[in-house]
Design a protein around this ligand. Structure first.
Ligand SMILES: Cc1ncc(COP(=O)(O)O)c(C=O)c1O
Length: 430
């Protein structure tokens, strides 16, 4: 293993001298040379110069197929012609900061409400903010403070629950932590706490591996929250892309509130949350004592136009199905290659996650992040990442693969062949 890793690092360094130089420069103004923790990699990060279609070019001139898809914000690929046109038109004919209510926010809100089955909606600048404001709404509506959340969840930069509750998490004392897919745990937590305002979860938990919530788990949350007078919040920042009306459309149970983000900004910063009118009305300026929810860029014209065009003209229901069946197909092919090895792949549709573990696991054995956490092989993961990046595939270091809608079948075939090559080269290690 050591030799394989050493060779991969050496090759990485040979291929990326300019990235190394830029990283050293970045160290002089950014802590650790970084402004997004997730993107830090050792020995240094790859600096990307530009993207076009389904491809990326780094500062050393190396070309990659983009299989990160900006963690779902890059769903449209790079420089989609519809988005380019709408952004240029908006700059030329509308302007950027109107400093007033505009019709574009009503139009996009109405489209989002129809598409995702929401009665009322509000915009934010990010998925993190959407979740924070959604929790504020739940607290105001119920008059309670505690929130049930699941280990391994990521609901934003200050709402991360990877290995418990990190220092920079907001509201340190207000969380009730339960294991994902643990129906009994949900029941017990409701029995112990009679002051829970809301349960927040993803229907497929992204951080830790795009792990699907079982029907029983989701049903238990819905039944127990209803009984306790708590709200159910479905974080669809990632998963709304999985079906035309979001993952929610495919679930048996219906949440009270939903949060949205990523690609719905058409490539620009975006967040939104919405659902039941009686809850969302806690923000209505028409109601005395309403919650304030301000934000300079919440109705910015570029995001509203790009988001509207992206959802109505590009990510149509037909494209939603095509993109996700391409993902299902890729996952099947990868799992065939990984069979009997220390690698496996979990996920749904165009969202997937490659795991490397010391003991062999089947995808269906992974029902929560801790199933992998204790046995994860960081060395195998690193080797996989380095070799795939060296071979021209931009994959995420933790293992997420997130497809964009412009990746050609030939690129998927090339990726599958590269993974096959990796597995046969390292048969003895995996
Ligand atoms: C499920 C989920 N919720 C919320 C967020 C936060 O979104 P943002 O990065 O726009 O703040 C993310 C981001 O990765 C996410 O995956």
């Amino acid at each position: 293993m050591e030799l394989a890793l050493q060779n991969a690092v050496t090759r990485f360094q040979e291929l990326h001298p300019e990235s190394r130089r830029l990283h050293e420069l970045a160290l002089e103004s950014l802590p650790g040379g970084n402004t997004r923790t997730l993107l830090h990699t050792a020995p240094f990060p790859v600096f990307m110069r530009k993207g076009e279609g389904s491809q990326l070019w780094d500062e050393d001139g190396n070309k990659y197929y983009d299989l990160v898809g900006e963690l779902s914000a890059g769903l449209f690929g790079h420089s989609h012609p519809t988005l380019q046109k709408v952004l240029t038109d908006t700059i030329q004919n509308v302007g950027l900061s109107l400093g007033a209510t505009n019709v574009y926010e009503q139009q996009y809100a109405s489209l989002l409400c129809k598409r995702f089955g929401l009665e009322r909606l509000r915009f934010t600048n990010s998925g993190t903010e959407a979740n924070l404001h959604c929790l504020a709404a739940a607290r105001k509506f119920t008059g309670r403070r505690k929130v049930m959340v699941f280990r391994g969840a990521y609901h934003g930069s200050v709402l991360s629950f990877g290995d418990g509750i990190p220092e920079n998490n907001v509201d340190q004392n207000d969380w009730v932590l339960v294991q994902y897919n643990d129906s009994n745990g949900v029941q017990e937590a409701f029995a112990q706490h009679d002051d829970i305002a809301a349960v927040i979860l993803e229907g497929i938990q992204g951080s830790g591996g795009f792990i699907s919530g079982s029907t029983d788990f989701l049903r238990t949350i819905r039944e127990q929250s209803e009984k306790a007078g708590a709200l159910m919040i479905l974080d669809e920042v990632m998963t709304s892309r999985l079906a035309p009306g979001g993952l929610k459309e495919t679930l048996e149970v219906k949440p009270d509130l939903v949060t949205l983000g990523k690609y719905l900004g058409g490539g620009l910063p975006f967040g939104a949350f919405g659902g039941r009118q009686d809850i969302m009305d806690v923000f209505s300026p028409l109601t005395p004592g309403a919650l304030a929810h301000s934000g300079t860029f919440q109705n910015n014209t570029l995001m509203l136009h790009a988001g509207y065009a992206g959802l109505s003209e590009v990510y149509t229901p037909k494209v939603v199905h095509a993109c996700n069946s391409q993902g299902d197909d890729l996952r099947r092919r990868l799992q065939q290659i990984f069979a009997g090895s220390k690698f496996c792949v979990t996920g749904q549709g165009s969202l997937m996650y490659i795991h490397a573990t010391e003991t062999r696991l089947l995808p269906e054995q992974i029902t929560r992040r801790d199933d992998v956490g204790a046995v994860e092989s960081t060395e195998l993961k690193k080797l996989f990442w380095l070799e795939l990046v060296n071979a021209g595939f931009w994959v995420q270091i933790r293992g997420a693969i997130i497809l964009n809608i412009v990746t050609p079948a030939s690129a998927i075939d090339a990726f599958v062949a590269a993974v096959e090559g990796f597995c046969s080269r390292h048969r003895d290690l995996i």
